[in-house]
Ligand binder design. Structure first.
Ligand code: C2E
Ligand code: MG
Ligand code: MG
Length: 717
């Protein structure tokens, strides 16, 4: 059996191979003709006959050219054959002619078979009908055109990207929405054009959708190159090839900007007060709960300030609702200015506002904010060209002290606000329960003290001092009085220490010193040239670096020599920093000022330091004169103190001389100066002037005068 080696190198029996070739030739879907070297058809397969409509007998001996439809293609065909090399194949698209006369597109291939000497032996011509294919291609082209047109007129933005997200196609609506030109978009990823706040989220959503081959659907913002922000609803899906590989993405974006704006307006209206734009009650409750959760997590204090305008109704009644509305708008503006951006300011309705201070700090800090609010609201309002004055009452409740639920906190702030109204309006009240009531009280006093300075609530009273030896009034002690608008006269004992703690003692002390000097000037001008003025100074004032220049300037301002002033400091003030105190007192002494230790015996009573202090006077504390006729301890202490002082060359003032017995005791023990209710209570300046002018000598007549003046003032406790 002869065999023949195929190209692939397998040996097949020649007979088998012939059978195989013959089967391929007969069954091929392509039309095949084999010609001789002169291009005359030797044989054609059934497909060729079927494609061309000719029977084998009709075409045998013909040039295959006869099925080529056009002259040009025939020329082209004729030129191909001889130029072909062995095993080379010419392929081209040409129009073929059917026996019926119809022309159809086909693909023709021509292969030459050469003899061993290289001469053409046969040509193998194949033809394939591509009419169907052409029709499909045309249809595809057409539909692509349709889709493109459709995409261009679509009201949504359409895009097509590569698998990596780079844009391959964007329609004009897409360009309109994103603000990008086609040129700027193509070849680039659209994620880069998003609002920076959305990029990461949308990237993740896109990634997740791509990974699960699901529909990407998300709302996000495009940031147009001119800065305009556009909300869109974007949808996209991966395009997969036959093997399931992603070959790109197609998607759309819908402009939802108006929808978003409308939704935001609706939500704003639902959560905000239409007049002032502040959060309304509903929104406030949500915000307060959130703020409390944050405060609880961060262990911060949160303060709820319930603010109610005082007598707002009368504004509405007198000036009409428009003016009332204008006022509320301005109030909300001022409230916002008083607090940090992170704090909540809301309008609960009517003239009720609420402020929530997050990370509020201590009670004093909260009080300062509340005070600022009162101050801001007190300033004149100009509404419809009219000046309006309003005040507000503020109630404060704090988290966590007053409650851990928003309703409880609000209720307590509300209660505190009603207390503020009850306390005369235009003031702040902390809700007080078991919380450090004393601290709250102090803080209230601090606020009141601050106000007292600027609103002339202070006054000086003067208590005469008698010299025992000639029973003449040689001086007065200036004592501070506070005429509190609600509490009436408040005793210094109740407020001096608060003023000291808060630092307010500096301005208050300066006011005292200035006012006392001014008064002394008046009295000197009226003839009381010998009178001295004793002024109390606290430790804080002594520490103040401006004390010396202030004292010097004030003396100069009222043309007073230092010697007419006596400065009283307590033992404890002197002992705080003895060295510094000695230096300060020495400087004061250099101005000629007399120096006295007040309330002697109640503090350290350090005799060794006493010796070092440049003082001239000791004021025996009034507690040592109590029951002096019978209390042996007091007799011993007072006697020893007077003796000690004299031995150190100091004068002694018997303070708090109330009774005849005390007077007699001090007289007997040669106490130098006496001061107390037995002679006179502290009295206002004009009364003090009368008293001093008339009471030249302390005798029976004066005693009656004194008695008549007692009990004129009682302090609120
Ligand atoms: P102080 O300096 O020892 O003033 C004497 C206090 O004794 C005064 O009380 C005075 O009213 C009171 N007093 C005088 N005579 C009698 C008496 O016969 N019987 C009784 N029971 N009391 C008498 P006041 O005015 O209430 O002042 C109390 C304290 O407040 C003063 O004690 C002083 O430490 C302080 N203070 C008053 N004014 C000022 C001030 O301007 N600056 C400073 N830093 N402290 C002041
Ligand atoms: Mg005093
Ligand atoms: Mg005293």
């Amino acid at each position: 059996m002869t065999t023949q080696r195929t190209k692939q190198g397998c040996d097949l029996p020649t007979d088998d191979l012939s059978l195989l070739y013959s089967a391929v030739f007969r069954q091929s879907a392509e039309g095949i003709v084999i010609t001789d070297c002169n291009n005359r058809i030797v044989i054609a397969n059934p497909s060729f006959c079927q494609l061309t409509g000719f029977a084998m007998e009709e075409i045998a001996g013909q040039n295959p050219n006869f099925v080529v439809a056009t002259e040009t293609d025939r020329h082209q065909y004729a030129a191909i054959g001889p130029t072909l090399e062995s095993n080379h194949c010419w392929t081209g698209e040409i129009y073929l002619l059917h026996k019926r006369g119809n022309v159809f597109p086909g693909i023709m291939s021509v292969t030459i078979v050469r003899s061993s000497d290289g001469n053409p032996e046969n040509y193998i011509v194949t033809i394939r009908d591509i009419e169907r294919h052409k029709l499909v291609e045309q249809a595809l082209e057409e539909s692509e055109r349709h889709y493109r047109t459709l995409a261009e007129v679509a009201p949504v933005g359409i895009f097509h990207t590569e698998p990596n997200g780079d844009c391959l196609y964007v329609n004009s609506r897409w360009c309109e929405i994103t603000g990008l030109s086609v040129k700027a978009a193509l070849g680039k990823g659209w994620l880069g054009a998003l609002h920076p706040e959305d990029t990461q989220r949308v990237g993740q959503e896109w990634y997740d959708a791509a990974n699960t081959n699901s529909l990407f659907k998300s709302e996000y913002r495009f940031m147009q190159p001119n800065g305009t922000v556009k909300w869109v609803l974007g949808q996209a899906k991966a395009e997969l090839d036959r093997h399931g590989n992603v070959v790109g993405y197609v998607g759309s974006i819908t402009d939802i900007n108006d929808h978003k704006a409308a939704a935001a307006t609706i939500s704003h209206l639902a959560h905000h007060d239409a007049l002032t734009g502040l959060p309304n009650r509903l929104s406030f409750q949500i915000q307060l709960t959130q703020a409390m959760a944050t405060a609880s997590r961060d262990r911060d204090r949160l303060a709820t300030l319930f603010i109610d305008l005082d007598r707002f109704k009368s504004v509405n009644d007198a000036l009409g609702h428009n003016a009332g509305d204008g006022l509320l708008v301005e109030v909300s503006r001022r409230l916002r200015k008083c607090v940090r951006g992170s704090d909540i300011v809301a309008r609960l309705g009517g003239d009720e506002f609420v402020v929530v201070l997050s990370d509020a700090g201590d009670i004093a800090a909260i009080g300062r904010v509340a005070d600022n609010i009162l101050g801001a609201l007190r300033k004149v309002f100009i509404v419809e060209n009219k000046s309006l004055h309003v005040t507000a009452s503020i109630g404060i409740a704090c988290f966590p002290e007053d409650g851990s639920e928003s309703e409880v906190l609000m209720k307590k702030a509300d209660t505190a606000m009603y207390h503020a109204k009850g306390a005369g309006r235009n003031n702040v009240q902390f809700f007080a329960e078991d919380m450090n009531t004393a601290a709250l009280e102090r803080m209230r006093w601090q606020q009141d003290l601050q106000k007292a300075l600027t609103t002339d609530q202070f006054e000086l009273y003067f208590q005469p001092q008698f010299r025992t030896v000639d029973r003449r009034i040689i001086g007065v002690e200036a004592l501070l009085r506070w005429n509190h608008p609600r509490e009436g006269f408040v005793a210094p004992e109740r407020f001096i220490h608060i003023a000291e703690e808060s630092g307010l003692i500096i301005p208050i002390g300066e006011w005292v010193f200035d006012t006392a000097c001014k008064q002394l000037r008046v009295w000197q001008d009226a003839g009381l040239t010998e009178l001295t003025m004793a002024i109390n100074l606290s430790a804080e004032q002594l520490r103040c670096p401006h004390l010396l220049p202030f004292v010097e300037n004030t003396l100069a301002k009222y043309r007073l020599p230092g010697k007419v002033i006596e400065i009283e400091i307590t033992e404890s003030a002197a002992m705080e920093d003895p060295q510094a105190c000695i230096r300060k007192l020495s400087s004061l002494r250099n101005f000629g000022i007399r120096l006295a230790i007040d309330d002697f015996g109640t503090g350290y009573s350090s005799l060794s330091y006493l010796k070092l202090l440049p003082i001239q006077c000791l004021k025996l504390d009034k507690s040592f004169l109590m029951n002096i006729e019978s209390d042996n301890n007091n007799i011993a202490i007072s006697t020893a103190t007077i003796r000690l002082a004299h031995s150190l060359g100091l004068q002694v003032v018997g303070e708090g001389t109330e009774t005849e017995a005390q007077y007699q005791f001090l007289l007997e023990h040669e106490c130098d100066i006496m001061q107390g209710h037995f002679f006179s209570k502290p009295i206002p300046a004009d009364e003090a002037f009368d008293f001093i002018s008339k009471a030249d000598r302390f005798d029976g007549q004066v005693q009656r005068l004194v008695a008549a003046k007692t009990n004129r003032f009682s302090f609120a406790s």
